[in-house]
Design a protein around this ligand. Structure first.
Ligand SMILES: *Cc1c(COP(=O)(O)O)cnc(C)c1O
Length: 355
């Protein structure tokens, strides 16, 4: 077996969930576990989040996996159903639905359910992705309020810019105009809004990324938000090279040494989900010491600088991201966000769950 492994900390998940509750003490928490629990494994993360008030996923199959594993909380389908026929599973597994377009209301009105279900009616507050326009919202709400298949209604929106200091001012005005006189609970906030837009917390918050210990706000570290990394992507050195000034490492010879350099070769590449766009200088830790990557990341391997880490040897542990190297710093070096790196860890990487 190659030495690469993704360690998952269940206590870190539990800590981050508690952190959400500190930020939003009056709200119930819908833990967003879509995209296979942001790449950590749906059922893995559910264990660490078992005290959550609800879960949110995209596909009925994910909700069913949670039900089959014994989770009894509400489970919200964030995009609702994609076809009328899926309401059979929604009914059987007691799922909650986002309703964001008119056909979804028709399907609900025409369905035969064993008991009415809870729906989250989605307003487009400016992102222009999913949701009813402000002018359509009132009539959509009236239809749901009089639909025999609907038990409870929650009013919902999703912010386009909750990570910017003034990013939700406009959207909150739209929310207030449309929802003000309506006696229903609300769900507005994603992670960025949980940590920095308290006026949006309302009744149900919907954190995703912060549960996994990565930052929802560029320029603000997860640690400074009181979050702990859940995933540590770890591997080991499988080769050491001594190169002289003028010699290069890896495909494209993108790194050329300007002095004698000791190079460690790590069993991790883009086929494991490490970003190929991470340039020379991306942070990495060898034997617990911070250093940098060298040259181009290849499919199964990458190079790191161990010139200053004398004890580095075959088998030395390498942290690609985790406690010492925040995933957000790797993401920033590679021109992306922590979300993408976490979701992109590939199936060939084994997971090791720590409880
Ligand atoms: C993914 C998602 C979230 C969670 O977003 P984070 O930025 O990860 O907190 C919340 N609400 C909706 C509708 C989503 O699709």
């Amino acid at each position: 077996m190659r030495p690469i492994v993704a360690h998952l900390s269940l206590p870190a998940l539990t800590h981050n969930l508690a952190r959400v509750r500190q930020y939003a003490p009056h709200a119930k928490v819908i833990s967003v576990v879509k995209a296979n629990g942001y790449g950590h494994g749906l059922l893995n993360v559910a264990q660490g989040l078992r005290e959550t008030d609800a879960f949110a996923v995209l596909n009925p199959s994910e909700a069913i996996a949670l039900r089959d594993a014994g989770y009894e909380q509400p489970i919200l389908l964030l995009e609702g159903v994609f076809a009328a026929g899926q309401l059979v599973e929604v009914d059987r597994y007691r799922l909650d639905l986002v309703v964001h377009h008119a056909a979804q209301i028709d399907w609900l009105q025409q369905a035969t359910l064993s008991a009415p279900i809870r729906v989250f009616l989605k307003l487009d507050s400016g992102m222009h992705r999913l949701g009813f326009q402000p002018a359509e919202f009132e009539s959509a709400l009236a239809q749901l309020a009089s639909c025999a298949n609907v038990s409870e209604i929650v009013l919902m929106t999703h912010f386009a810019n909750a990570d910017m200091p003034d990013g939700i001012t406009q959207a909150m005005q739209t929310v207030e105009q449309v929802m003000a006189d309506k006696p229903y609970p609300r769900s507005l906030a994603n992670s960025a809004a949980v940590v920095q837009q308290p006026q949006s917390h309302a009744d149900w918050v919907r954190p995703g990324i912060m549960l996994y210990g990565a930052t929802p706000v560029a320029e603000t570290s997860a640690a400074s938000l009181g979050l702990k990394p859940v995933m540590t992507l770890q591997s080991a050195l499988i080769s050491l090279q001594e190169i002289q000034a003028g010699e290069s490492v890896g495909y494209g010879s993108l790194f050329t040494a300007d002095k004698p350099t000791r190079v460690g070769i790590v069993a991790c590449g883009y086929a494991d989900g490490y970003p190929r766009h991470a340039p020379t200088g991306t942070p990495v830790a060898v034997n617990g010491k911070l250093t940098r990557t060298l040259g181009r990341v290849s499919m199964d391997m990458m190079a790191v600088d161990v010139t200053e880490i004398a004890e580095a040897n075959i088998g030395s542990a390498v942290e690609l991201w985790g406690e010492l190297v925040p995933v957000d710093t790797v993401a920033q070096a590679a021109g992306t966000i922590g979300y993408e790196l976490l979701c992109a860890v590939t199936a060939r990487v084994p997971f090791n769950i720590h409880g």
